[in-house]
Write a protein that binds this ligand. Sequence first.
Ligand code: PLP
Length: 399
Amino acid sequence: MINETMAILGKERSAIRELFEQGKILKEKYGKDKVYDFSLGNPNIKAPESVKNSIIKLISNDDKSSLINLHGYTSAEGDKNVRTCISKYLDSTYNAKTDPNLIYMTAGAAAALSILLKALTSSSNDEVILFAPYFPEYTVFIKNAGAKCITIKPNLSTFYPDINDFKNKITKNTSVVIVNSPNNPTGVLYKKHIIEVICNVLQEKEKEYNHPIYLISDEPYRELIYSDDAYPFITNHYDDSIITYSFSKSVSLPGERIGYILVNPLCADSKKIFNAICGAGRSLGYVCAPSLSQFIIPDILGSTSDINIYKNNANFLYNNLKSIGYDVIKPEGAFYLFVKALEDDDIKFSKKALEQNLLIVPSTSFGVKGYVRIAYCVDESQIKNAIPKFQELYKNYKY
Ligand code: PLP
Protein backbone atom coordinates (compact mmCIF):
# COMPACT_ATOMS: atom_id res chain seq x y z
CA MET A 1 0.00 0.00 0.00
CA ILE A 2 1.28 3.44 -0.85
CA ASN A 3 2.16 5.51 2.19
CA GLU A 4 -0.47 8.29 2.19
CA THR A 5 1.48 10.48 4.60
CA MET A 6 4.52 10.42 2.31
CA ALA A 7 2.38 11.02 -0.79
CA ILE A 8 0.91 14.14 0.82
CA LEU A 9 4.33 15.31 1.99
CA GLY A 10 5.71 14.90 -1.53
CA LYS A 11 2.77 16.61 -3.20
CA GLU A 12 2.57 19.62 -0.91
CA ARG A 13 5.56 21.83 -1.42
CA SER A 14 7.00 23.85 1.43
CA ALA A 15 6.00 27.55 1.38
CA ILE A 16 9.58 28.37 0.33
CA ARG A 17 9.59 25.94 -2.59
CA GLU A 18 6.09 27.03 -3.63
CA LEU A 19 7.24 30.63 -3.89
CA PHE A 20 10.41 29.60 -5.71
CA GLU A 21 8.27 27.78 -8.33
CA GLN A 22 5.98 30.82 -8.72
CA GLY A 23 9.11 32.90 -9.25
CA LYS A 24 10.09 30.72 -12.20
CA ILE A 25 6.73 31.41 -13.88
CA LEU A 26 7.02 35.16 -13.21
CA LYS A 27 10.59 35.22 -14.62
CA GLU A 28 9.37 33.64 -17.87
CA LYS A 29 6.56 36.20 -18.10
CA TYR A 30 8.38 39.41 -17.12
CA GLY A 31 12.10 38.58 -17.59
CA LYS A 32 14.63 37.51 -14.98
CA ASP A 33 15.75 41.02 -14.03
CA LYS A 34 12.15 42.13 -13.32
CA VAL A 35 11.54 39.50 -10.65
CA TYR A 36 13.06 39.95 -7.17
CA ASP A 37 13.43 36.46 -5.84
CA PHE A 38 14.37 36.35 -2.14
CA SER A 39 12.78 32.96 -1.50
CA LEU A 40 15.58 30.36 -1.26
CA GLY A 41 18.66 30.11 0.96
CA ASN A 42 20.80 29.05 -2.00
CA PRO A 43 24.23 30.75 -1.67
CA ASN A 44 25.08 32.91 -4.70
CA ILE A 45 28.71 33.46 -3.73
CA LYS A 46 31.37 31.25 -5.32
CA ALA A 47 32.96 28.52 -3.22
CA PRO A 48 36.45 29.51 -2.00
CA GLU A 49 39.47 28.73 -4.24
CA SER A 50 40.54 26.03 -1.80
CA VAL A 51 37.56 23.92 -2.96
CA LYS A 52 38.56 24.08 -6.65
CA ASN A 53 42.24 23.47 -5.83
CA SER A 54 41.39 20.48 -3.68
CA ILE A 55 39.11 18.88 -6.29
CA ILE A 56 41.77 19.36 -9.02
CA LYS A 57 44.45 17.89 -6.75
CA LEU A 58 42.30 14.90 -5.83
CA ILE A 59 41.25 14.16 -9.40
CA SER A 60 44.81 14.61 -10.75
CA ASN A 61 46.26 12.21 -8.18
CA ASP A 62 43.53 9.61 -8.62
CA ASP A 63 45.56 6.67 -9.86
CA LYS A 64 46.32 3.20 -8.54
CA SER A 65 49.08 4.53 -6.24
CA SER A 66 46.64 6.88 -4.48
CA LEU A 67 46.10 6.11 -0.81
CA ILE A 68 42.41 6.91 -1.06
CA ASN A 69 39.70 5.35 -3.17
CA LEU A 70 38.34 8.63 -4.47
CA HIS A 71 35.01 7.42 -5.85
CA GLY A 72 34.66 4.30 -3.72
CA TYR A 73 32.65 3.62 -0.57
CA THR A 74 34.17 4.96 2.64
CA SER A 75 33.41 3.46 6.06
CA ALA A 76 29.69 3.79 6.80
CA GLU A 77 30.41 6.58 9.32
CA GLY A 78 32.87 8.35 6.99
CA ASP A 79 36.60 8.33 6.25
CA LYS A 80 38.70 8.15 9.43
CA ASN A 81 41.29 10.73 8.31
CA VAL A 82 38.55 13.21 7.35
CA ARG A 83 36.89 12.81 10.76
CA THR A 84 40.23 13.21 12.52
CA CYS A 85 40.96 16.44 10.60
CA ILE A 86 37.52 17.83 11.53
CA SER A 87 38.07 16.97 15.19
CA LYS A 88 41.54 18.61 15.28
CA TYR A 89 40.23 21.71 13.51
CA LEU A 90 37.34 22.14 15.97
CA ASP A 91 39.58 21.57 19.00
CA SER A 92 42.08 24.21 17.89
CA THR A 93 39.48 26.73 16.67
CA TYR A 94 36.97 26.53 19.54
CA ASN A 95 39.15 25.16 22.32
CA ALA A 96 36.91 22.09 22.35
CA LYS A 97 37.65 18.44 23.15
CA THR A 98 36.05 16.42 20.39
CA ASP A 99 36.61 12.80 19.41
CA PRO A 100 36.87 11.65 15.76
CA ASN A 101 35.25 8.35 16.82
CA LEU A 102 32.08 10.32 17.66
CA ILE A 103 31.81 12.08 14.28
CA TYR A 104 29.47 10.68 11.62
CA MET A 105 29.72 12.10 8.07
CA THR A 106 26.38 12.88 6.39
CA ALA A 107 24.85 14.15 3.14
CA GLY A 108 24.35 17.67 4.54
CA ALA A 109 22.59 18.88 7.69
CA ALA A 110 19.22 17.55 6.52
CA ALA A 111 20.50 13.96 6.61
CA ALA A 112 22.32 14.68 9.88
CA LEU A 113 19.08 15.85 11.53
CA SER A 114 17.00 12.97 10.14
CA ILE A 115 19.50 10.42 11.44
CA LEU A 116 19.96 12.09 14.81
CA LEU A 117 16.25 12.54 15.56
CA LYS A 118 15.68 8.89 14.74
CA ALA A 119 18.58 7.96 17.05
CA LEU A 120 17.44 10.10 20.00
CA THR A 121 13.71 9.36 20.06
CA SER A 122 11.97 6.03 20.40
CA SER A 123 8.24 6.54 20.91
CA SER A 124 5.35 8.85 20.08
CA ASN A 125 5.57 10.16 23.67
CA ASP A 126 9.00 11.65 23.02
CA GLU A 127 8.88 15.42 22.76
CA VAL A 128 11.28 17.53 20.71
CA ILE A 129 11.38 21.24 21.54
CA LEU A 130 11.79 23.85 18.79
CA PHE A 131 12.40 27.56 19.32
CA ALA A 132 10.14 29.52 16.98
CA PRO A 133 10.80 30.80 14.42
CA TYR A 134 12.54 27.65 13.14
CA PHE A 135 13.67 25.95 9.92
CA PRO A 136 10.39 24.33 8.74
CA GLU A 137 11.94 20.99 7.76
CA TYR A 138 12.61 20.24 11.45
CA THR A 139 8.94 19.38 11.85
CA VAL A 140 9.12 16.94 8.93
CA PHE A 141 12.18 15.17 10.39
CA ILE A 142 10.66 15.01 13.90
CA LYS A 143 7.36 13.58 12.68
CA ASN A 144 9.20 11.07 10.52
CA ALA A 145 11.10 9.92 13.60
CA GLY A 146 7.69 9.36 15.24
CA ALA A 147 8.10 12.03 17.92
CA LYS A 148 6.09 15.15 18.87
CA CYS A 149 7.05 18.79 18.11
CA ILE A 150 6.70 21.28 20.94
CA THR A 151 7.13 24.95 20.02
CA ILE A 152 8.49 27.70 22.25
CA LYS A 153 7.42 31.24 21.43
CA PRO A 154 10.07 33.91 20.85
CA ASN A 155 10.69 37.02 22.90
CA LEU A 156 9.67 39.52 20.21
CA SER A 157 12.19 42.16 21.23
CA THR A 158 15.26 39.86 20.91
CA PHE A 159 14.00 36.85 18.94
CA TYR A 160 15.65 34.66 21.56
CA PRO A 161 13.32 32.03 23.05
CA ASP A 162 10.87 33.12 25.75
CA ILE A 163 12.58 31.47 28.72
CA ASN A 164 9.43 31.14 30.85
CA ASP A 165 7.62 29.40 28.03
CA PHE A 166 10.69 27.14 27.63
CA LYS A 167 10.74 26.24 31.34
CA ASN A 168 7.00 25.54 31.37
CA LYS A 169 7.01 23.29 28.32
CA ILE A 170 9.83 20.95 29.34
CA THR A 171 8.21 17.77 30.67
CA LYS A 172 9.32 14.30 31.68
CA ASN A 173 8.89 13.36 28.01
CA THR A 174 11.27 15.99 26.62
CA SER A 175 14.10 14.11 24.97
CA VAL A 176 15.58 16.71 22.61
CA VAL A 177 15.81 20.49 22.20
CA ILE A 178 17.00 22.01 18.91
CA VAL A 179 18.83 25.32 18.78
CA ASN A 180 19.91 26.99 15.52
CA SER A 181 22.30 29.93 15.52
CA PRO A 182 22.94 32.07 13.53
CA ASN A 183 19.28 31.56 12.93
CA ASN A 184 17.24 30.75 9.87
CA PRO A 185 14.93 32.72 9.44
CA THR A 186 15.78 35.68 11.74
CA GLY A 187 19.55 36.11 11.22
CA VAL A 188 19.85 36.40 15.01
CA LEU A 189 23.02 35.09 16.69
CA TYR A 190 22.52 33.37 20.05
CA LYS A 191 25.28 35.02 22.07
CA LYS A 192 27.06 33.36 24.99
CA HIS A 193 24.71 34.73 27.65
CA ILE A 194 21.53 33.28 26.09
CA ILE A 195 23.23 29.94 25.38
CA GLU A 196 24.17 29.84 29.07
CA VAL A 197 20.59 30.59 30.12
CA ILE A 198 19.25 27.79 27.89
CA CYS A 199 21.87 25.34 29.18
CA ASN A 200 21.17 26.23 32.83
CA VAL A 201 17.46 25.56 32.34
CA LEU A 202 18.28 22.20 30.76
CA GLN A 203 20.68 21.24 33.54
CA GLU A 204 18.00 21.98 36.16
CA LYS A 205 15.37 20.01 34.25
CA GLU A 206 17.72 17.06 33.76
CA LYS A 207 18.11 16.92 37.55
CA GLU A 208 14.37 17.31 38.11
CA TYR A 209 13.42 14.50 35.71
CA ASN A 210 16.53 12.42 36.28
CA HIS A 211 17.31 11.73 32.61
CA PRO A 212 19.38 13.42 29.90
CA ILE A 213 17.79 16.07 27.70
CA TYR A 214 19.90 16.26 24.56
CA LEU A 215 20.58 19.63 22.97
CA ILE A 216 21.06 19.54 19.20
CA SER A 217 22.92 22.58 17.94
CA ASP A 218 22.17 22.84 14.22
CA GLU A 219 25.01 24.97 12.84
CA PRO A 220 25.04 25.32 9.05
CA TYR A 221 25.61 29.09 9.41
CA ARG A 222 28.29 28.87 12.15
CA GLU A 223 30.91 30.83 10.18
CA LEU A 224 28.47 33.39 8.73
CA ILE A 225 28.62 35.97 11.53
CA TYR A 226 28.79 39.74 10.88
CA SER A 227 29.39 41.02 14.39
CA ASP A 228 32.56 40.71 16.50
CA ASP A 229 30.92 38.21 18.85
CA ALA A 230 32.67 34.88 19.33
CA TYR A 231 30.63 31.78 18.54
CA PRO A 232 29.72 29.96 21.78
CA PHE A 233 30.69 26.40 20.85
CA ILE A 234 28.01 24.24 22.40
CA THR A 235 30.13 21.38 23.73
CA ASN A 236 31.95 23.92 25.94
CA HIS A 237 28.62 24.88 27.55
CA TYR A 238 26.51 21.74 27.88
CA ASP A 239 27.61 18.13 28.25
CA ASP A 240 24.57 16.51 26.65
CA SER A 241 25.06 18.33 23.35
CA ILE A 242 25.30 17.10 19.77
CA ILE A 243 26.13 19.21 16.70
CA THR A 244 24.72 18.93 13.21
CA TYR A 245 26.87 20.77 10.69
CA SER A 246 26.81 21.39 6.95
CA PHE A 247 29.28 22.75 4.38
CA SER A 248 26.30 23.97 2.28
CA LYS A 249 26.32 27.59 3.39
CA SER A 250 29.79 28.48 4.76
CA VAL A 251 31.61 27.33 1.62
CA SER A 252 28.64 27.50 -0.81
CA LEU A 253 28.44 23.76 -1.49
CA PRO A 254 24.74 22.91 -1.01
CA GLY A 255 24.65 20.63 -4.05
CA GLU A 256 27.63 18.56 -2.89
CA ARG A 257 25.63 17.31 0.11
CA ILE A 258 28.21 17.12 2.86
CA GLY A 259 28.05 17.67 6.60
CA TYR A 260 28.41 15.75 9.86
CA ILE A 261 27.02 14.85 13.27
CA LEU A 262 29.35 15.38 16.23
CA VAL A 263 28.52 13.83 19.61
CA ASN A 264 30.07 15.59 22.59
CA PRO A 265 32.34 13.01 24.32
CA LEU A 266 30.91 14.31 27.64
CA CYS A 267 27.36 13.33 26.60
CA ALA A 268 25.56 10.78 28.75
CA ASP A 269 25.84 7.46 26.89
CA SER A 270 27.92 9.03 24.10
CA LYS A 271 29.05 5.66 22.69
CA LYS A 272 25.53 4.25 22.75
CA ILE A 273 24.27 7.40 21.00
CA PHE A 274 26.93 6.94 18.35
CA ASN A 275 25.83 3.33 17.87
CA ALA A 276 22.23 4.56 17.53
CA ILE A 277 23.39 7.13 14.96
CA CYS A 278 25.14 4.38 12.97
CA GLY A 279 21.97 2.25 13.27
CA ALA A 280 19.67 5.10 12.23
CA GLY A 281 22.01 5.92 9.32
CA ARG A 282 21.88 2.28 8.29
CA SER A 283 18.10 1.99 8.58
CA LEU A 284 17.55 5.19 6.59
CA GLY A 285 20.17 4.30 3.97
CA TYR A 286 22.36 7.27 4.92
CA VAL A 287 25.74 5.53 4.99
CA CYS A 288 29.03 6.56 3.31
CA ALA A 289 28.39 10.27 2.67
CA PRO A 290 29.59 11.32 -0.85
CA SER A 291 33.30 10.38 -0.98
CA LEU A 292 34.71 13.17 -3.17
CA SER A 293 32.92 15.70 -0.96
CA GLN A 294 34.40 14.05 2.13
CA PHE A 295 37.95 14.03 0.76
CA ILE A 296 38.04 17.77 0.02
CA ILE A 297 37.25 18.63 3.65
CA PRO A 298 40.79 18.38 5.10
CA ASP A 299 41.88 20.95 2.47
CA ILE A 300 39.07 23.44 3.09
CA LEU A 301 38.59 23.48 6.87
CA GLY A 302 38.84 27.10 7.99
CA SER A 303 38.00 28.56 4.54
CA THR A 304 34.73 30.35 3.85
CA SER A 305 33.19 32.00 0.82
CA ASP A 306 33.65 35.79 0.82
CA ILE A 307 31.22 36.61 3.60
CA ASN A 308 31.83 40.36 3.24
CA ILE A 309 29.44 40.19 0.29
CA TYR A 310 26.66 38.90 2.57
CA LYS A 311 27.56 41.45 5.21
CA ASN A 312 27.27 44.30 2.68
CA ASN A 313 23.94 42.93 1.39
CA ALA A 314 22.68 42.70 4.97
CA ASN A 315 23.65 46.28 5.82
CA PHE A 316 22.33 47.73 2.56
CA LEU A 317 18.94 46.00 2.84
CA TYR A 318 18.60 46.68 6.55
CA ASN A 319 19.37 50.40 6.22
CA ASN A 320 17.15 50.90 3.19
CA LEU A 321 14.16 48.99 4.56
CA LYS A 322 14.45 50.82 7.88
CA SER A 323 14.53 54.18 6.15
CA ILE A 324 11.41 53.28 4.15
CA GLY A 325 9.70 52.56 7.49
CA TYR A 326 9.82 48.77 7.82
CA ASP A 327 10.38 47.14 11.20
CA VAL A 328 13.41 44.89 10.60
CA ILE A 329 15.32 42.55 12.95
CA LYS A 330 19.00 43.51 12.92
CA PRO A 331 20.87 40.75 11.05
CA GLU A 332 23.94 39.35 12.82
CA GLY A 333 24.56 36.23 10.77
CA ALA A 334 23.32 33.68 8.20
CA PHE A 335 21.85 35.40 5.12
CA TYR A 336 18.27 36.14 6.13
CA LEU A 337 16.42 39.27 7.16
CA PHE A 338 13.22 39.01 9.19
CA VAL A 339 10.78 41.85 8.60
CA LYS A 340 7.46 42.65 10.24
CA ALA A 341 4.63 42.28 7.73
CA LEU A 342 2.48 45.36 7.20
CA GLU A 343 -0.68 43.41 8.04
CA ASP A 344 -1.34 40.69 10.62
CA ASP A 345 -1.70 38.00 7.97
CA ASP A 346 1.83 37.33 6.69
CA ILE A 347 0.52 35.03 3.93
CA LYS A 348 -1.65 37.83 2.52
CA PHE A 349 1.28 40.25 2.87
CA SER A 350 3.57 37.90 0.92
CA LYS A 351 0.86 37.68 -1.81
CA LYS A 352 0.64 41.49 -1.91
CA ALA A 353 4.45 41.62 -2.30
CA LEU A 354 4.13 39.21 -5.22
CA GLU A 355 2.14 41.91 -7.06
CA GLN A 356 5.43 43.88 -7.06
CA ASN A 357 7.26 40.72 -8.24
CA LEU A 358 8.84 40.52 -4.79
CA LEU A 359 9.22 36.94 -3.54
CA ILE A 360 9.43 36.93 0.25
CA VAL A 361 8.48 33.98 2.48
CA PRO A 362 5.59 34.30 4.98
CA SER A 363 6.63 33.52 8.58
CA THR A 364 3.73 31.17 9.35
CA SER A 365 5.83 28.38 7.82
CA PHE A 366 8.56 29.15 10.40
CA GLY A 367 6.16 28.79 13.33
CA VAL A 368 5.36 32.49 14.04
CA LYS A 369 2.83 34.86 12.52
CA GLY A 370 3.16 38.39 11.21
CA TYR A 371 6.63 38.45 9.58
CA VAL A 372 8.34 37.64 6.29
CA ARG A 373 11.80 36.26 5.51
CA ILE A 374 14.08 37.82 2.90
CA ALA A 375 16.99 35.59 1.78
CA TYR A 376 19.71 38.03 0.67
CA CYS A 377 22.17 35.47 -0.73
CA VAL A 378 21.40 36.98 -4.16
CA ASP A 379 23.09 39.42 -6.59
CA GLU A 380 23.71 42.91 -5.28
CA SER A 381 21.94 44.32 -8.37
CA GLN A 382 18.75 42.41 -7.49
CA ILE A 383 18.81 43.92 -4.01
CA LYS A 384 19.34 47.46 -5.33
CA ASN A 385 16.60 47.13 -7.95
CA ALA A 386 14.18 45.71 -5.40
CA ILE A 387 14.29 48.76 -3.11
CA PRO A 388 11.74 50.81 -5.17
CA LYS A 389 9.47 47.76 -5.11
CA PHE A 390 9.66 47.58 -1.32
CA GLN A 391 8.82 51.30 -1.34
CA GLU A 392 5.74 50.68 -3.53
CA LEU A 393 4.65 47.85 -1.26
CA TYR A 394 4.96 50.10 1.78
CA LYS A 395 2.91 52.84 0.06
CA ASN A 396 0.10 50.34 -0.57
CA TYR A 397 -0.32 50.04 3.19
CA LYS A 398 0.70 53.36 4.62
CA TYR A 399 -0.53 56.08 2.25
N1 PLP B 1 19.34 23.53 9.05
C1 PLP B 1 19.05 24.79 8.73
C2 PLP B 1 18.81 25.77 9.82
C3 PLP B 1 18.99 25.21 7.39
O1 PLP B 1 18.70 26.48 7.10
C4 PLP B 1 19.21 24.24 6.37
C5 PLP B 1 19.11 24.60 4.96
O2 PLP B 1 18.68 25.65 4.56
C6 PLP B 1 19.52 22.92 6.76
C7 PLP B 1 19.56 22.60 8.10
C8 PLP B 1 19.76 21.84 5.75
O3 PLP B 1 21.00 22.07 5.12
P1 PLP B 1 21.69 21.05 4.12
O4 PLP B 1 21.77 21.72 2.81
O5 PLP B 1 23.07 20.88 4.64
O6 PLP B 1 20.93 19.80 4.12
